[in-house]
Design a protein around this ligand. Structure first.
Ligand SMILES: Cc1cc2nc3c(=O)[nH]c(=O)nc-3n(C[C@H](O)[C@H](O)[C@H](O)COP(=O)(O)OP(=O)(O)OC[C@H]3O[C@@H](n4cnc5c(N)ncnc54)[C@H](O)[C@@H]3O)c2cc1C
Length: 631
């Protein structure tokens, strides 16, 4: 567990090298369960407090309001007032394990707490906050006690960490990176080289650097190491921050680079063991890739909300735009896609705790699929917004900002194709070993709340041997065919799950037929398409199992009546998944556009989120706002 990691000496000797599954050194120790109710209560309270801090998005004087955020975006800045407010709120505590005084003990909770910020502004989300988390995770996973304490103190004091893995010359192929840290002969290292396109390069107090430490001519999987460097102590003439990059989206982020020349850093900068950089990076990526998509979903929530605002208020042909059936269907489908995305985000973030041995494939899947579905949904919504999509300020200006910001998630920190490339080599083995006889995931994987075992980073491995999410799809199919769920009203769910299982069988056959060439970076386009289909099957499994878990729990009110316990949303979600897969739809398929639209409008008018959690959002209710405007 992260928090436990920080106060318990590790028993394994890092020098012992690879553990079971073969690739990485010990990263963690024994775990301790997080107190379920207290943990869930804390997440809800923190989300509510954060939402209150963010305030009314339509208030022009609010630093977290649309007008101020759009203005900052136009200037290519992060609002200093907003950053001060986030510091005063103690946002960085979310990135620090609880054993070190922070709030971090659940990865699904981290996504939920950060989502309100991404609902406002991805630049602040990344630029103020998450970048520090992406850096710190390597220290929580592999650092020693002093490094963890130093990092916790820095973040809790409002400081920032930058993370510098990538280099322009090598992109996603970061194991070829050349930025070097050579022993200086007196226990320290000499840093040489450049890192470019690094968020907060010029304003972070701490740097997490991925460096080549192997001697020239001895490149291999243990060539690189991670270093934690304090910028304050660096000799001024041995390093400099390079020019800023201007970006299409997340314009407020201060993306620059740095250049080092024989810059001495002390030996205690080394995080983990020398040569352990690739393993540390790949384990850290499993956590960060799992959690970030669940945060950025907030941006698509705002995009949908903005379009609903437009479509309900603009009149055409003596009716509102939302009376046009095409607009209705688009809005309803976007909401359904958000629920599909949130279901896979939920499973992926909870898998980090419950199925860490399988997280390598789920992290890549969610990082690949969610931004793609959200971007597609936003494209469709932009058609409803019409020419207003092109307007950069005013009532609907935030839409174009979120549309520009969203792709950053597909680009940064492992691109979409690189995520598919992580999945592809695992497919034949999973297809052979797990897809017909795997053990289903525990039901807790699909619960929107409730406790989780503590996170044990020691159990994160580089290749999954089992695939519980696929097994859960098959288990759901069996359950729906069984006597317990025999009702005729469930026939559409049954038919759609059957369609997904048939698709799984086709994907399985094709995965088993992949040749050795397809297990390398030079895999065929067909292998990439298989990875795409696989991620949609995982999403389908997540949806049906989230719904089953809600039925089991009796829905939100415990009476089986809550929205998520209703089969209509899951029929709509599975229909969307089948559409995305390009499958012929079973007769029973139905997007339930009218019903989903009614839910969208209910949530819109009452100021509630468009996700699985249906949380209250800050700001006046839409009807109150209109009444105020009339007076
Ligand atoms: C706004 C912004 C902020 C950033 N901040 C940081 C930061 O703070 N720290 C940091 O380290 N980096 C940061 N980056 C850098 C970013 O993470 C890297 O640039 C990125 O991961 C490498 O991507 P690339 O598009 O340059 O890809 P390249 O690796 O050059 O890939 C180009 C294309 O080749 C194909 N390709 C690449 N790999 C594969 C593969 N395995 N399989 C199949 N096809 C493949 C894909 O089509 C890909 O799009 C940032 C980038 C941006 C835009």
């Amino acid at each position: 567990m992260l928090s436990r990691l920080n106060d318990t000496p590790c028993s394994g000797d890092p020098a012992e090298g690879p553990r079971a599954h073969g690739a990485t050194p010990d990263l963690g120790c024994a775990d301790v369960a997080v107190d379920a109710d207290a943990g869930e209560r804390r997440i809800r309270e923190r989300v509510a407090a954060f939402e209150e801090l963010l305030g009314d998005p339509r208030d022009e004087g609010n630093p977290f309001g649309n007008a101020a955020l759009l203005d900052a975006d136009e200037r290519g800045e992060l609002s200093a007032e907003a950053e001060r407010a986030l510091a005063a709120f103690g946002l960085n505590d979310e990135f620090v394990p609880s054993a070190l005084g922070g709030n971090l003990d659940r990865i699904d909770g981290l996504a939920r707490v950060l989502r309100p910020l991404f609902r406002r502004d991805a630049s602040l989300g990344l630029g103020y906050g998450v970048t520090s988390f992406l850096a710190a995770i390597a220290v929580w996973a592999a650092g020693d006690e002093a490094q963890r304490r130093r990092t916790a103190d820095l973040l809790r004091g409002g400081g920032r960490l930058a993370i510098a893995y990538h280099e322009l010359a090598h992109g996603n192929d970061f194991v070829r990176n050349e930025f070097s840290a050579r022993p200086d002969g007196s226990g320290g290292y000499l840093l040489d080289g450049r890192k470019d396109v690094i968020n907060n390069a010029g304003r972070a107090e701490g740097l997490v650097l991925f460096c080549l430490t192997a001697p020239p001519g001895q490149r291999g999987p243990r060539s690189h190491s991670v270093l934690l460097v304090d910028t304050e102590g660096l000799p001024e003439d041995a390093w400099r921050v390079t020019d800023r990059y201007r970006t299409v989206g997340v314009r407020g982020c201060q993306v620059a680079g740095f250049s080092f020349e024989r810059c001495r850093v002390p030996g205690d900068a080394l995080v983990g063991r020398q040569g352990g950089g690739v393993e540390t990076a790949l384990r850290s990526f499993q956590i960060t890739r799992s959690v970030v998509p669940g945060m950025v979903l907030g941006g698509a929530d705002t995009a949908l909300r903005t379009v609903v605002r437009f479509a309900t208020s603009r009149e055409l042909y003596r009716r509102s735009v939302l009376d046009i059936p095409h607009a209705q269907a688009t809005v309803a489908s976007a909401f359904t896609d958000l629920l599909v995305c949130d279901s896979i985000c939920l499973a992926a973030t909870r898998a980090v705790h419950l199925l860490p041995e399988q997280t390598s494939v789920y992290a890549a899947a969610v990082k690949y699929l969610v931004p793609k579905l959200l971007q597609d949904a936003c494209y469709n919504l932009s058609i409803v917004l019409g020419a207003n999509f092109y307007v950069r300020d005013g009532d609907y200006g935030v839409f174009q900002k979120h549309v520009r910001d969203l792709p950053m998630v597909s680009l940064g920190h492992a691109g979409s194709a690189a995520c598919q490339a992580t999945i592809i080599p695992q497919l034949p083995r999973l297809a052979r070993r797990s897809w017909t006889q795997g053990t289903p995931a525990p039901e807790a994987l699909f619960r929107t709340g409730g406790g989780l075992p503590a996170l044990d980073t020691d159990r994160l491995v580089l290749a999954a041997e089992d695939d519980a999410l696929v097994a859960s799809l098959l288990a759901a199919a069996d359950r729906l065919e069984g006597p317990g769920e025999a009702g005729a009203e469930l026939a559409p769910v049954r038919a759609l799950v059957r369609a997904l299982v048939a698709e799984l069988n086709r994907v399985r056959e094709e995965c088993l037929a992949l040749g050795p060439h397809d297990r390398t970076a030079m895999a065929s386009p067909h292998a990439y398409a298989l990875a795409d289909r696989y991620t949609l099957l995982l999403a389908g499994s997540a949806c049906v199992n989230v719904w089953l878990a809600q039925r089991q729990d009796g829905g939100a009110g415990g009476d089986g009546e809550g929205f998520l316990a209703n089969p209509r949303w899951v029929v709509a979600a599975l229909t969307r998944v089948c559409r995305h897969l390009g499958l012929p739809l079973p007769e029973e398929a139905d997007e339930h556009s009218e019903w989903m639209l009614a839910e969208v409008l209910g949530r819109y008018h009452e100021g509630r989120s468009f996700d699985l959690y249906d949380t209250h959002l800050a700001g006046p209710l839409v009807d109150d706002e209109r009444a105020a405007a009339r007076h």
